[in-house]
Write a new protein. Structure first.
Length: 151
């Protein structure tokens, strides 16, 4: 049975088979983001939420507290439709800022939407769902350094 060239190690290829090579240049290693770069992204996302009328905005610095992310943003929308609109706008904004798409969970119902950019996690809630889960109690007893003016 004749096998394709990719099946064999380079030095074991039978005579007469060719190895396909790409003429495209190799991708450069991704630039490692600094903590300041990540902070700028997080603050830009928080500002965008504030501009979009998100309520009860909470910005949490997780550095040294968790390996999940460096920053967490928690905010509320007035309704499921408002939460979905906030999530859609933030995921687009995150892609502009980071150059890669964010992971989004919870969009069909929009009761609680989680947007994960890798370094920044954004939780968007309807008010009654936020009150039920109370993430602030878990993550931000004394680490919140930016709250929205609505409080």
């Amino acid at each position: 049975m004749k096998r394709p060239a990719w099946y064999y190690a380079r030095d074991q290829q039978p005579e007469g088979t060719k190895t396909l090579t790409s003429s495209a240049p190799r991708l450069q290693a991704a630039k490692q983001a600094t903590v300041e770069d990540i902070r700028v992204v997080a603050e830009s996302l928080a500002k965008s939420l504030e501009d979009d009328k998100a309520e009860d905005l909470l910005f949490i610095d997780l550095q040294g507290k968790s390996s999940l992310a460096d920053f967490m943003i928690i905010a509320s929308g007035r309704s499921g439709r408002h939460v979905a609109a906030l999530a859609d706008h933030i995921s687009q904004e995150a892609k502009k800022l980071t150059g890669r798409p964010a992971s989004v969970e919870g969009m069909p119902n929009a009761d609680w939407v989680l947007i994960d950019t890798g370094d920044v996690i954004v939780h968007l809630f309807r008010p009654e769902v936020r009150e039920f889960y109370n993430l602030e109690k878990i993550w931000a007893p004394d680490s919140a350094h930016m709250r929205s003016k609505a409080q």
